[in-house]
Design a binder for this molecule. Structure first.
Ligand SMILES: NC(=O)c1ccc[n+]([C@@H]2O[C@H](COP(=O)([O-])OP(=O)(O)OC[C@H]3O[C@@H](n4cnc5c(N)ncnc54)[C@H](OP(=O)(O)O)[C@@H]3O)[C@@H](O)[C@H]2O)c1
Length: 325
């Protein structure tokens, strides 16, 4: 088969379409013939040499895909050859074929086409596991989503509003209209506006109950200032650095919590539990049309370098997909 290999750590041109050995299904795995793969910011970090694949994972980038099951290990039950699926991966999505632990497979949601379903597994699992499973966002609460125009952000806005929360999102101004259409009640231009002030204003000074943060250090102090009493700050990205001072006194007075999580290195059993939760709680919202995959563009997998340039420019809203065949 062919896959996109990272020749050596560096720029987009290090992504090279190469002939590589076909994957074999290990115990508990199936082989998926890939139709599409989502581009994630993590793939860019991996290409740059900052985010190596966990032990045992495919060396090729790609954290999610859609496609057709073409082989199944003897011990796998509940899936059939020829079935169309999408899947959460620890790597290897930028390829014609990939081995997937059966616990990370999802059916293509009703009403979504096979290609677009590749935009869902990584964002659905990341957002649901943080905002619902851990932070327990409930109807009537306020969710602040940083990077509302990202793959993660566009999904978080839709999930938050489908759950009955009031969603505020930060993004560059040209993205605001789209984010409002997705369900953001308030959009904040983080380049011109102070998000702490804005969140206070729209919550009668209460603050946000849950914040989904992709910036990390540069926003820590302001995120704590923007949190409501009993608020939960979920850090999933460090685009603004990893080290910052934390005012425990401020946290204590607000009885607030700070958590940081990463999906990719989780043990198989925990990933499978998250995938099960997503299938039970999120897939029905997609089938009902409350949430849809937001696809900015489809490019052929052979153009992975161009896709990375696009995602690095942040011109996109939602996901960029790489297609096979
Ligand atoms: N921990 C995990 O398990 C996990 C899993 C998946 C993703 N992530 C993280 O989630 C983040 C989003 O991933 P993605 O693939 O969806 O990325 P993406 O589509 O490439 O989006 C990155 C976003 O960052 C926004 N941004 C940059 N500077 C900002 C700032 N100062 N304030 C607010 N927003 C800012 C950009 O928005 P503008 O264009 O509006 O500037 C852009 O939409 C990444 O940091 C990624 O590493 C974590």
């Amino acid at each position: 088969m062919h896959a996109i290999k990272i020749q050596e750590p560096g720029g987009p041109d290090m992504l090279v379409w190469s002939e590589v050995p076909d994957p074999e299904p290990g115990p508990g795995e199936v082989i998926v013939d890939v139709r599409a793969s989502g581009v994630n910011r993590g793939d860019i970090l991996q290409r740059q040499g900052h985010y190596p694949p966990p032990p045992g994972a495919s060396p090729y980038p790609g954290l999610e895909c859609s496609g057709t099951i073409s082989a199944i290990a003897d011990d796998v039950r509940g899936w059939t050859v020829g079935q169309q699926v999408c899947a959460l991966l620890a790597g290897g999505g930028y390829a014609e074929r990939v081995a997937v632990p059966a616990g990370q497979l999802l059916p293509v949601p009703d009403g979504v086409d096979l290609v677009d379903s590749a935009a869902l597994p990584e964002v659905a699992c990341t957002v649901w596991s943080n905002v619902v499973r851990l932070a327990r966002l409930t109807a009537g609460e306020t969710l602040l989503v940083h990077g509302g125009g990202s793959g993660i952000g566009t999904f978080a806005i839709q999930l938050g509003s489908a759950l009955g929360a009031t969603v505020a999102a930060t993004a560059r101004l040209p993205k605001h209209d789209q984010l409002r259409k997705l369900g953001a009640a308030h959009t904040i231009d983080y380049r011109e506006q102070d998000f702490v002030e804005e969140v206070r204003q729209v919550t009668d000074s209460r603050g946000a109950d849950v914040i989904l943060d992709i910036i990390g250090a540069a926003y820590l102090e302001r995120n704590l200032a923007a949190l409501a009493t009993g608020g939960r700050l979920m850090v999933i990205g460090m685009q603004g650095g990893r080290k910052a001072e934390l005012d425990l006194g401020g946290l204590l007075v607000k009885r607030a919590a700070v958590a940081a999580t990463a999906l990719r290195p989780l043990p198989l059993a925990e990933k499978a539990e998250i995938v099960r939760g997503v299938r039970e709680q999120v897939w029905p919202l997609i089938a009902a049309g409350r949430i849809r995959p937001i696809v900015d563009r489809r490019l052929p997998l052979t153009d992975a370098a161009e896709a990375h340039r696009l995602v690095e420019s942040s011109e996109h809203v939602g996901k960029v997909l790489l297609t096979v065949g």
